[in-house]
Design a protein around this ligand. Structure first.
Ligand code: BGC
Length: 273
């Protein structure tokens, strides 16, 4: 539990919070005092994993509830936001985290693979951001006093919003889209004091990229891409999320914070090229 409790009294929704980065962000926000809605998509096995995240938060003295919803479905997003409001109260922080990968060579990539990734990673982030913006705008017809925002929207993007990714064209396209979705919303909503930012994680030790770090050989290959010479841990993203979700970052909007150990720093050039 964080000592400063910089998110005390705040309500946060983290999408895709049953594993990986979403799980760590939910736990970090709760550790900083927020009441957290832990979103899961799958009513069967997802519910159990969401319950485990909630139990971990509650066991550490925090507050959390599980909330069902597929972010790519407009009706489910509406129900999810209503559920968060009735369970926890007015939303202050949305963390748009849910994301998937479906790699394929372009010549074999099916429309279904393209669509599935765009639906979750881009359309899902749009639907949730829109729902959060609606809630914040309704709650704050007049902006709050200086030093505090009328709500935060935090996108979890990827280094692949700028690094092209062979065999993952659908994923890279979705994250490239997130970059300008985020910045456009930041520009549009700044006058209403709603802050909109992204975190762009590099390689983080989570299930989505297990193949990239699961063996010592894979890890050695991966580390060639990371000047800081270690894989990221989900907690690295959790800490960055707490800062961007708190009033400590009140003047930050439209920013992408790369949390990547230098993966975007052209690592091939670290020995002078
Ligand atoms: C992907 C991971 C990958 C990382 C760095 C992330 O957005 O989800 O699979 O390891 O980017 O390439």
């Amino acid at each position: 539990m964080s000592q400063t409790q910089e998110l005390a009294g705040r309500v946060a929704l983290v999408t895709g919070a049953t594993s990986g980065i979403g799980r760590a962000v939910a736990i970090s926000l709760a550790g900083a005092g927020a009441r957290v809605a832990v979103n899961y998509r799958d009513a069967k096995d997802g519910r159990q994993r969401a319950d485990e995240v909630v139990a971990e938060i509650v066991g550490a003295g925090g507050q959390a509830v599980p909330v069902l919803g597929d972010v790519s479905r407009e009706d489910e997003v509406g129900q999810m936001f209503a559920e968060v409001r009735s369970q926890l109260g007015e939303l202050d922080i949305l963390v748009n985290n849910a994301g998937i990968e479906q790699p394929a060579p372009i010549q074999d990539m099916t429309l279904a693979q393209w669509q599935a990734v765009i639906d979750v990673n881009l359309t899902g982030q749009f639907l949730c951001a829109r729902a959060a913006a609606r809630a914040y705008l309704a709650r704050w017809p007049e902006p709050p006093p200086k030093g505090a925002s009328a709500g935060k929207i935090l996108f979890i993007s990827s280094v692949h919003e700028v690094i092209p990714w062979a065999f993952q064209a659908n994923y890279a396209a979705s994250k490239g889209g997130v970059s300008l979705l985020m910045r456009s919303l930041a520009q549009e909503l700044a006058p209403r004091k709603i802050r909109v930012n992204s975190i762009a994680p590099g390689a983080i030790r989570t299930p989505i990229n297990h193949a990239a770090w699961g063996t010592s050989q894979a890890m050695a290959e991966l580390l060639k891409l990371i000047p800081y010479d270690r894989i990221g841990e989900p907690e690295d993203i959790g800490r960055a999320a707490v800062w961007l979700a708190s009033d400590a970052s009140d003047y930050v909007t439209g920013a992408t914070l790369f949390v990547d150990g230098g993966m975007t720093l052209y690592p091939e050039f670290r020995g002078a090229g």
